[in-house]
Design a protein around this ligand. Structure first.
Ligand code: TRP
Length: 368
């Protein structure tokens, strides 16, 4: 469980649109952090998770906490449990029920308020999915094949053939964003190509099918400034790889997992992400939970070696998550309530999607 710079798909560093998106993200952060700004009211946030496994501390640190902050600043938010995105790169839906309800649990436990934010799933919102059809007409197959994240995801499937859904899921993700006219999309860098694709789709739709009228606005990515926490094996922390401390784990399970995690044999603990990725990621994890810097934590551990480092990290994680875990356990006892939350969110998303699709049909003259 270490922290590395957020992963950047292989051929994105040379992409000038990446720099432009990064600068827009900085401006957006400024707008959001300025309590005087009137521009805030025009913001609508869409975030999403693929329910391929339980959410873990990486999600908590890099996305759940900031979603709650955005919501608490009064910015309207929708949170998507992207169930159709599960089957982009695997043969079965897996433990979809548990994974979807687990996401809902973690959202609520983290402080997402279903009265203020709309929690919903793809599969319950037909009109969202229908937008995929006109949107697919607006992209070329070479654009889809060039998408660096799709290429990386395909490479990670070990020779699995490229499915039509994996190739086109960035367009489906555009529908996730555009159906509700979200203009702020908090993501990791690996999702940036999809936001860029979404901007193109919005622009092309308006031009080709709406006579230049702004049916869809172009969203901006909001890049997280939280560093990525690595998995217990030193690899990217992943829901489906089983190398993470999940938010559902108990304090004892957390301790056992962290005790087994990879470190190195140098006694003096230092924060050197390049040379000591595992140790540095652990320091960052503790630092993020405690609101201190990784260097400060390193100094506290000093010559204590990996054992002392792990002790500090275990404490930081378990203390930092105590409230979340308590609320999570309470909520888990009331499955009927969780279902109600999801049903209400789905109904609200459906209403928004139907209204958008009605406009789309109208501008495309497909009303009969
Ligand atoms: N692809 C996102 C992820 O990897 C999940 C997601 C699905 C998403 N649809 C979205 C994120 C729309 C932002 C906007 O976690």
């Amino acid at each position: 469980m270490t922290v590395l710079p957020t992963s950047t798909p292989s051929d994105m560093s040379t992409d000038p649109s990446f720099d432009a998106a990064a600068s827009r993200s900085v401006l957006l952060h400024e707008l959001i952090d300025d309590p005087e700004s009137s521009g805030r009211v025009k913001l609508r946030v869409l975030t999403g998770d693929r329910p391929t496994g339980p959410l873990h501390i990486g999600h908590y640190l890099a996305s759940l906490r900031s979603r709650v902050e955005l919501q608490d600043k009064g910015i309207e938010s929708l949170v998507l449990v992207a169930d159709y995105q599960v089957i982009t790169d695997r043969d079965s839906v897996g433990a979809i029920q548990d994974n979807v309800m687990g996401c809902v649990l973690d959202y609520l436990a983290a402080g997402i308020d279903p009265e203020q934010s709309t929690i919903f799933t793809h599969s319950a919102v037909p009109a969202l999915n229908q937008l995929l059809l006109p949107f697919l007409s607006l992209v070329t197959d070479s654009e889809l094949r060039r998408n660096p994240t799709v290429k990386d995801e395909l490479a990670a499937t070990d020779g699995r053939p490229l499915s039509g859904l994996l190739l086109t899921y960035p367009v489906h993700q555009a529908a996730d964003i555009l159906f509700c006219h979200a203009n702020v999309v908090p993501i990791g860098r690996d999702n940036l190509p999809h936001v860029e694709q979404t901007r193109l789709i919005a622009r092309r739709f308006n031009r080709r099918y709406a006579g230049g009228q702004e049916v869809f606005r172009e969203p901006d990515a909001l890049l997280s400034d939280a560093p990525l926490v690595l998995g217990l094996d030193g690899q990217k922390m992943s829901k489906s790889r089983g190398n993470s401390v999940t938010l559902a784990a108990t304090a004892d399970e957390t301790a056992a997992l962290i005790r087994k995690a990879r470190t190195d044999s140098e006694r003096r603990i230092t924060f050197e992400p390049g040379r000591r990725p595992e140790v540095s990621s652990m320091l960052t994890t503790a630092a993020l939970f405690r609101g201190e810097s990784p260097q400060q934590i390193a100094e506290q551990v000093g010559d204590g070696g990996a054992a002392q480092l792990k002790k500090v990290v275990i404490e930081a994680v378990n203390e930092g998550l105590a409230g979340h875990r308590r609320r999570r356990a309470e909520l888990a006892a009331d499955q009927a309530y969780l279902r109600d939350v999801l049903r209400a969110g789905n109904a609200r998303a459906d209403e928004i999607a139907e209204a958008t699709l009605a406009t789309v049909r109208q501008v495309m003259q497909m009303t009969y």
